[in-house]
Write a protein that binds this ligand. Structure first.
Ligand code: GAL
Length: 943
């Protein structure tokens, strides 16, 4: 190789290496904090503040006391990973609130420690807590940095000026008050959504700071993007904001750029209009999502921030005479309302379960979802965008106080890029709905929404007040009816120009797998025979909506059962009877009714009930219901024709069939052609168990989770709809069981652990992967002499979710007082008057001091050792102590450092209730001395 080639290659390698290091350094990182929180269920009182010194010091920044203090001893607490709902871990208790599913909620504390590298200094660091049920107060490093008086909104806290770097630990403490409730349904308790730490450059796009939602104007597609940029740096900054719109193929289909200038500690909004030519539309069947890449660049090689959001191109329109249109096509809204809890996990729902639930709803034929009665998890909305489900997003608190307007605005700001969202709902069933006050409140709230998003109508879910002279219907874009079947026509006639939708209807009642109502056992048959007094059966409710073209559609109460509200019963029922599916997502008859009525793309045919009736039922007439979307259906029992019927779209078809064990069989016909077939057979005794995982593999990131269906089979391998056997589970490999359920609203079995019984043939186990695990997950189900069921779930290697490690808490003495400089050697244990806050100075470790002449400083701190150290003593680990020094504990000299150099010391100290620690340091003329590193109180025998 000649010299020129060699030099060229060398420079090329250096260039590659340097460009790699530029691109390897992320401009922003969103790191999970979910792992390794320490949790205590119950409250811990703050110490009583007494005396001037304690009052003075505890009133200062960073000086929170008790469990909020940096050095609180939380080592006895349990370690949990988020999302976490402690209420679901508690037993059912008849003395607890029916609405909250008879579970104790109460108060709890969480703490977590983490470190920040020195290299992170200067970054803008934000703590994000996505959802905490219900009221929370948050401290970081002893500073009370925020509170959130809602369980359904996120809180973002700028930590940049509070964090410590290097060896110092940072501590987050959260007090969760779940005595507070915001609803009349199960709300869970704890930090039940994700938590994050976001690292950004001082010049960055703020959280939820990008609004990039396509609109169609004069036949052109435009994204009128707005980007809010913040400068947390020290100087004013110029930057360009560049946006690229990227098709799923990776092709950039539109770009735009503008310049902004942002003064230090200020925000600026950049506006860019992007035109996109003939985009692929976001539809329910093919929800195409584009990426919007927003960059802040000072120059081409100097990117200070990059954020990717998603968007979908679709139009929505509500009309007063023909309902709702998506992309110009009429779509009857077949919506369902839902709360957010799922079997086994309560409200701590892993992301993968959102997709599972949405798929179940789409399978039923639903095309819309009302988030009753609160904003959902961000990951839920992402899944609705990806899977194609329309959303009515709903505000929780009907309150125009500042804190609550902020909650409403937060919802719109966080969620306004989601193509799935078609409606903002400001309230549900508020008693003020028919008053002028209510009208004024909604008028204000609507305008707050419109300030942030004018592309979606505002609605409110009204269950009354519709006909008063001034009422909320006059302040919204689309009027939502809750249970107003009797008033649909009257209201439409009186207000022909108003756009109308049902926001809540139905309230049909059924218990999965039951066919005989028995109020003594809190059981309701699933023939769609009953509904709440104010509601209608599934079939009645849909008929009323389907027959009125000017009603945009329905929002059935509810898609899934949820905990709490066991209407019409009370204890021992602990969850609802309303769902078309149970809490696990197993279908009830309502599921098949809706599927038959809502889906045209598949042939639906189902028969209920099961065909396992006791011997004394032989000859007695059993009601058989056939759910189908065929033109006609024919029913046979043991090959004997029972009868044929023209299919009834609204009522479905029923026969009274004299019971004989055997084979009940239905055929569906369309245009004279046999198109569907369904069989239900009398099965034998349980012989074996079967496990059916929802998906083929599970990602090994410790986040992915999967429901596994558990069922009993007879000796011929047939599912037994009446089996109720008790099952024990074993799990091996890289996974764990995080909960289970069986859909029985009257079951008091624990939802955690490894035991569950089947309820009418089914149970569900939720399995979660272990981070980095390589071994396939093996789940085994056993019950007495039945053949065990076993399933092997292969784990798929995926990158770990980027996270910040949780540090083992240790006891760092970060806050000290330092004496005035003294030329003569002072008494290191001298008293300072308790009311003297000014003679000595506060100082943190890590800062050295010097004086022009030689002399002495005393460093002093007082601390209460952890319990074990109180009893046994401990070790003081003093890092980077510089200067000659004497270390005194409670008046006793424990160590004498005789050199001026910098050294690490480990000094045992004796058992004591309280420690008064004094370090006398000799400062030679002009030389720096002091506590150069962290001082940690370690357990005895540790160094
Ligand atoms: C409605 C209410 C829902 C639920 C439902 C069933 O009035 O909006 O949250 O309570 O009744 O009882």
């Amino acid at each position: 190789m000649d010299r020129t080639t060699y030099l060229f290659k060398l420079f090329f390698c250096i260039f590659l290496a340097s460009s790699f290091s530029i691109s390897a350094q992320p401009v922003r990182e969103k790191l999970s904090l979910d792992k390794g929180w320490r949790f205590f269920q119950g409250d811990i009182p703050f110490p009583k503040v007494l005396g001037h010194s304690m009052s003075y010091h505890s009133s200062k920044a960073g000086a929170a006391l008790g469990p909020a203090a940096i050095n609180f001893d939380d080592r006895g607490w349990k370690t949990v990973n988020l999302p976490h709902d402690w209420a679901v871990e508690n037993p059912f208790d008849s003395l607890e609130n029916l609405s909250q599913g008879f579970r104790k909620r109460g108060i709890g504390w969480y703490r977590r420690s983490f470190r920040m590298e020195e290299s992170e200094r200067g970054k803008n660091i934000e703590l994000q807590l996505d959802g905490i049920a219900t009221n929370s107060t948050i401290w970081v490093n002893g500073h009370e940095v925020g509170h959130n008086w809602s369980g359904y909104t996120s809180i973002y806290i700028d930590l940049s000026s509070l964090l410590l770097y290097g060896d110092n630990l940072n501590t987050i403490a959260v007090r969760v008050d779940a005595e507070k409730h915001e609803g009349w349904w199960y709300e869970g308790a704890g930090i039940y959504r994700h938590t994050w730490l976001v690292k950004r450059n001082p010049l960055h796009v703020i959280t939820d700071g990008i609004y990039a939602h396509p609109v169609k104007m004069d036949n052109k597609w435009v994204i009128p993007a707005e980007v809010t940029v913040e400068n947390r740096g020290k100087n004013s900054e110029q930057s360009s904001v560049k946006i690229d719109v990227i098709h799923p193929s990776g092709k950039v289909v539109a770009s735009g750029k503008t310049n902004i200038s942002v003064d230090a500690l200020k925000r600026s909004v950049a506006k860019i209009n992007l035109e996109v030519d003939k985009p692929e539309l976001w539809t329910l069947e093919n929800p195409v999502l584009y990426q919007v890449r927003t960059r802040l660049e000072a120059s081409a090689n100097n990117i200070s921030d990059e954020v990717i959001t998603r968007c979908g191109f679709r139009t929505i329109e509500f009309t007063s005479d023909s309902g709702f249109f998506l992309n110009g096509k009429h779509v009857k809204i077949k919506g369902v309302c839902n709360h957010q809890d799922h079997a086994g996990v309560g409200v701590a729902v892993p992301d993968a379960l959102w997709a599972f639930r949405i798929k179940r709803l789409k399978d039923m034929g639903a095309n819309a979802y009302r988030c009753a009665h609160n904003p959902p998890a961000a990951e839920f909305l992402d899944a609705c965008d990806s899977l194609g489900l329309l959303v009515m997003n709903e505000n929780r608190n009907f309150n125009i106080g500042e804190d609550y307007i902020r909650q409403l605005e937060w919802m719109v700001r966080r969620d306004r890029n989601h193509p799935s969202i078609i409606l903002w709902s400001v309230f549900n069933e508020e008693p003020m709905q028919g008053t002028e006050n209510g009208y004024e409140m909604v008028r204000l709230m609507t305008s707050k929404v419109k300030n942030l998003d004018t592309t979606r109508p505002v609605t409110a879910a009204m269950n009354g007040g519709l006909f008063t002279p001034i009422n909320v219907s006059q302040a919204v874009d689309v009027v939502g009816f809750n249970y107003q079947m009797g008033s649909y026509d009257k209201f439409h006639e009186a207000n022909p120009n108003m756009k109308l939708t049902s926001s809540e209807d139905g309230c049909g009642l059924m218990t999965r797998g039951e066919y005989v109502t028995d109020p003594t056992r809190n059981i309701i048959d699933q023939y769609d025979s009953q509904s709440a007094a104010w509601g209608a059966t599934h079939r009645e409710a849909w008929k009323a909506i389907h027959q009125r073209p000017w009603l945009a559609g329905c929002f059935l109460w509810t898609g899934f059962d949820y905990r709490g509200e066991p209407t019409p019963y009370v204890w021992p029922s602990v969850s609802t009877f309303f769902g078309a599916m149970d809490v696990c997502g197993f279908p009830k008859t309502a599921f098949w009714i809706h599927q038959a009525q809502w889906r045209e793309d598949i042939n639906v045919l189902q028969l209920v009930p099961h065909w396992n009736w006791p011997k004394d039922s032989i000859g007695k007439k059993i009601k058989v219901m056939c759910l189908s979307n065929a033109d006609s259906v024919t029913l046979y029992l043991n090959k004997k024709l029972i009868g044929g019927q023209k299919a009834d779209y609204y009522e479905m078809n029923t026969w009274m069939v004299p019971y004989q064990p055997g084979r009940l069989e239905a055929f569906g016909f369309k245009k004279g052609k046999k198109i569907s077939h369904f069989v239900v057979e009398t099965t034998g005794e349980p012989a074996s168990l079967r496990l059916l995982p929802d998906r083929k593999t599970i990602d090994n990131n410790g986040w992915d989770a999967m429901p596994v269906t558990v069922e009993a089979l007879d000796s011929k391998g047939r599912h037994i709809s009446t089996a109720n056997v008790d099952i024990t589970f074993e799990i091996k490999g890289s996974g764990k069981i995080i909960g289970h359920g069986n859909g029985n609203p009257n079951s008091h079995e624990p939802e955690k652990g490894n035991r569950r019984s089947l309820f009418n043939g089914l149970a569900q186990v939720i399995v979660q992967s272990e981070e980095g695990g390589n071994d396939p997950i093996v789940l085994i189900a056993r019950s007495g002499r039945l053949k065990a069921g076993e399933v092997v779930i292969p784990v798929k290697q995926v990158p770990a979710v980027k996270s910040i490690a949780a540090e083992v808490p240790n006891f760092q003495l970060q806050d000290w007082q330092v004496s005035p400089f003294s030329v003569v050697k002072p008494n290191p244990n001298q008293n300072v008057a308790l009311n003297d806050m000014n003679t000595w100075t506060s100082i943190k470790t890590g800062v050295l001091r010097q004086h022009e002449s030689s002399g002495y400083f005393i460093y002093r701190t007082n601390f209460e050792p952890y319990q074990s150290q109180k009893a046994e003593g401990g070790v003081l680990s003093i890092k980077r102590l510089t200067g000659k020094a004497e270390v005194w504990v409670n008046g006793q000299l424990l160590a004498n450092k005789e050199s001026h150099t910098t050294e690490d010391l480990a000094i045992p100290f004796p058992a004591s209730e309280n420690v008064n620690l004094n370090i006398l340091i000799e400062a030679p003329e002009g030389k720096k001395v002091g506590l150069g590193g962290v001082v940690t109180v370690l357990p005895k025998n540790q160094k």
